[in-house]
Design a protein around this ligand. Structure first.
Ligand code: NAP
Length: 688
């Protein structure tokens, strides 16, 4: 405690410690009262990184993707139980309940989403990337790309606007990849991040060292990063560029992912008129983006482009909508827009608006005045929503370069869709860009025309508006980031995001060696002859590479006729009376699906109840050579890969998915088809 004010703690080398001295005072954004102090003075940040690499990294790298995913799920469930505590702290940042929901539950949702992503990975600490690559004609030499977790720390330097989501959206991904994190939230709202980290550490769900936190200045942190670390930065372009040019980042080639300010835009398609539902959708979206989080969202709409003939209608209706947003103390339930995060932030927004006002005018709002519910405008960092009008968007650069990080947006006219595309690009790279249109031709032309300059694009119309997640919401399944001014970074994006924290390495060798390394059967690998039929084995007993070579089956013309009758597939190639001149075939050919069905007849062993519960489907299927009547086929049937499944409820049968490679071989020894089929196989015991 410092003069009765909470002194924030840092969590480094497995301990909660306060820095030296009084540190920076952090204020309640609504009433201006001090809430905490923060300092990192005296901390050995080099030792913290070393601890993360040694202790946290080692613990996480031993775990498989599935174990790490289940850990994320457990953490998400734990934080969900504690969420009301975080809401209480979040009000001090000026956030309304909805703003905090985006931050807190959005962050927890990210943990859940990445937990589910484990199913896209093997039950190993590492994984393959892409397809196997045959390199020798005889099939004895091949390559595969492998992804292994980096041996460093993910250092996250975050902006002040999302103290919880900003941390969790990044950490969820590096933890799933098997890397520990050191989080440095922006100091002014770090009290909220600290409260969440305290719960995470207390829960003991993560292995020790997987998460460290510093509240206050980054000090000499970047002097100690190495090439195995990854630095992510979210904040202003000025700070980002300075950090990206840090000599150690450059010398060590440290991956640096930057998400910076961006002049996101929304275009009202030239097909939309005020009587259409798309008009209301447009008004609602802009209003929401300007007022949620008081406009302090990296993705918020800063530029609005409307057809010139609708400009006046648009700003009048938008102004009217904005006037209906109650502003004030977020603890008051009537309030829909809270304050900015602090007085300094408001000062910066005002100063940037003043620069824009040299070429624009205010059509809604007031830079100084704001009507408040339950709050004092001098104590709290409140600002009225401000809608600016700029009539010359092609002649004025300021509106495409100056970001006002608050409830501020500028409306501008355009003449043609070609102009709208050119204007959207004048932001020189943004995180997201939306178009509201009911015409899919307009949508296609706009998306293809403007896509190079944006990280994410949303097409809004009456068909999707109800379910739309909105212009401003980055989603864990989708890439978040943008080119150029937006920083050139990329994060989240499902499996894509995880790869940022892994080293890709090309591995060359024999198929048998690569089967051992990848724990996935590679074609042409030496199989392990099965002593008993694999369908008689439980999930745990099966070994990747275990193989049976089946008996042979003669394919006859009558078989093909009967399959045509049974299935109703009378394609000309399967009929013996067809004239095969000028076709791809010599004579009547067997249906591919018949050959696969005949294959199942050869490899399935299951007339008695056994561990195989059901056929789950087919991943890949290729018919590589025609099978004519008189051909004898046999099957090479190999256990290709095993994927564990969780027991979801008490009565669930413990089980896993087993992938099998089915190679259909004809009497010349050549392959006539190949498939990967999936079965659900019972476990002996529930050990997940
Ligand atoms: P900022 O001033 O650039 O700060 C961002 C982070 O960098 C903070 O954690 C800050 O720490 C840290 N930092 C500042 N100087 C540093 C240094 N010399 N060494 C190491 N770290 C340093 O940005 P902000 O004011 O927090 O955030 C607002 C800006 O972020 C807006 O421009 C917004 O567009 C952008 N933003 C972008 C995204 C995105 O995803 N693209 C998301 C959110 C926000 P201190 O707080 O301790 O100074």
């Amino acid at each position: 405690m410092n003069n009765g004010i909470n002194k924030l703690e840092n969590y480094v080398h497995g301990k909660w410690i306060t820095g030296d001295g009084d540190g920076q005072t952090l204020f309640d954004a609504v009433n201006g009262d001090p809430v905490a102090t923060a300092t990192t003075k005296g901390l050995d940040l080099g030792a913290a990184l070393d601890y993360g690499r040694r202790v946290g990294g080692e613990g996480l790298r031993k775990m498989t993707f599935h174990e790490r995913g289940r850990m994320l799920k457990a953490l998400a469930m734990h934080l969900s139980e504690k969420k009301e505590n975080f809401y209480k702290v979040s009000y001090h940042t000026g956030a309304t309940r909805l703003d905090s929901w985006i931050d807190i539950e959005g962050g927890i949702g990210n943990l859940f989403s990445n937990a589910s992503l484990r199913r896209k990975f093997p039950d190993l600490p590492y994984c393959t990337d892409g397809e196997p690559i045959p390199l020798g004609k005889a099939g004895s030499f091949m390559a595969h790309h492998l992804l292994v977790p980096k041996e460093g720390v993910a250092v996250h330097i975050n902006a002040y606007n999302f103290p919880v989501w900003g941390m969790l959206e990044k950490c969820a991904v590096n933890w799933l990849a098997g890397m520990p994190a050191l989080v440095k939230p922006a100091t002014i709202t770090s009290f909220l991040t600290e409260s969440v980290v305290k719960e995470i550490i207390d829960s003991k769900i993560l292995p020790e060292g997987a998460l460290q936190l510093i509240c206050g200045s980054a000090g000499d942190l970047l002097d100690h990063v190495t090439s195995q670390d990854v630095v992510t930065f979210t904040g202003s372009a000025t700070t980002g560029h300075m950090l990206k040019a840090h000599p150690v980042i450059m010398q060590e080639n440290v991956p640096f992912n930057m998400e910076a300010d961006s002049l996101n835009c929304l275009v009202l398609g030239n097909d939309v008129i005020p009587s259409m539902p798309e008009w209301d959708i447009f008004i609602k979206e802009v209003r929401k983006e300007m007022t949620v989080k008081a406009g302090q969202k990296c993705t918020a709409i800063r530029r609005i482009f409307v057809p010139a003939n609708l400009l006046e209608d648009a700003y009048i209706v938008l102004g009217d909508a904005l006037s209906k947003t109650p502003i004030g103390n977020p603890l008051n339930e009537k309030v829909k827009m809270g304050s900015l995060a602090g007085h300094q932030q408001r000062k910066e927004v005002r100063s940037n608006v003043e620069q824009l006002l040299q070429t624009s005018s205010i059509v809604f709002g007031d830079l100084e005045k704001v009507d408040l519910i339950d709050a004092n405008k001098d104590k709290g960092a409140f600002l009225s929503p401000l809608l600016l009008l700029n009539q010359q968007p092609f002649d004025d650069e300021s509106v495409h370069t100056i970001e006002c990080f608050g409830p501020v947006s500028t409306i501008m006219p355009y003449e043609s869709m070609t102009d709208a595309i050119a204007l959207a690009k004048k932001g020189k790279g943004s995180l997201c860009c939306s178009i509201v249109t009911a015409d899919d031709k307009v949508a296609t032309d706009f998306i293809i025309g403007a896509a190079t300059h944006h990280g994410r694009m949303l097409v809004l119309n009456r068909d999707c508006a109800k379910e739309s997640t909105g212009h401003g919401s980055p989603l864990p399944q989708l890439v978040h980031g943008g080119p150029g001014r937006a920083g050139g970074g990329e994060e989240m994006g499902g499996v894509r995001g995880v790869k940022h924290y892994m080293q890709r390495v090309a591995i060359q060798g024999s198929p048998t060696t690569l089967t051992a390394i990848t724990n996935t059967y590679q074609q042409n690998s030496k199989g392990i002859p099965a002593v008993i039929h694999p369908f008689k084995k439980f999930y745990e007993e099966l070994v990747v590479g275990e193989q049976i070579i089946t008996a042979k089956r003669l394919i006859t013309s009558e078989d093909i006729d009967r399959f045509a009758e049974l299935s109703g597939d009378h394609f000309y190639a399967h009929k013996k009376e067809t004239d095969f001149t000028n076709t791809m075939f010599d004579e009547q050919v067997a249906h591919g699906y018949f050959i696969l069905s005949a294959a199942a007849g050869l490899f399935v062993d299951g007339s008695d109840l056994g561990p195989v519960l059901l056929n789950y489907g087919i991943d890949e299927l290729r018919f590589t050579k025609p099978v004519y009547p008189g051909t004898e086929v046999h099957i090479k049937f190999t256990c290709r890969e095993k994927i564990p499944q969780d027991v979801k409820e008490e009565n669930d049968i413990p089980k896993g998915i087993v992938k099998w490679m089915v190679e259909i071989i004809d009497d010349t020894g050549e392959q006539a088809g190949i498939a990967t089929i999936l079965t659900m196989v019972k476990r002996k015991e529930n050990n997940t």
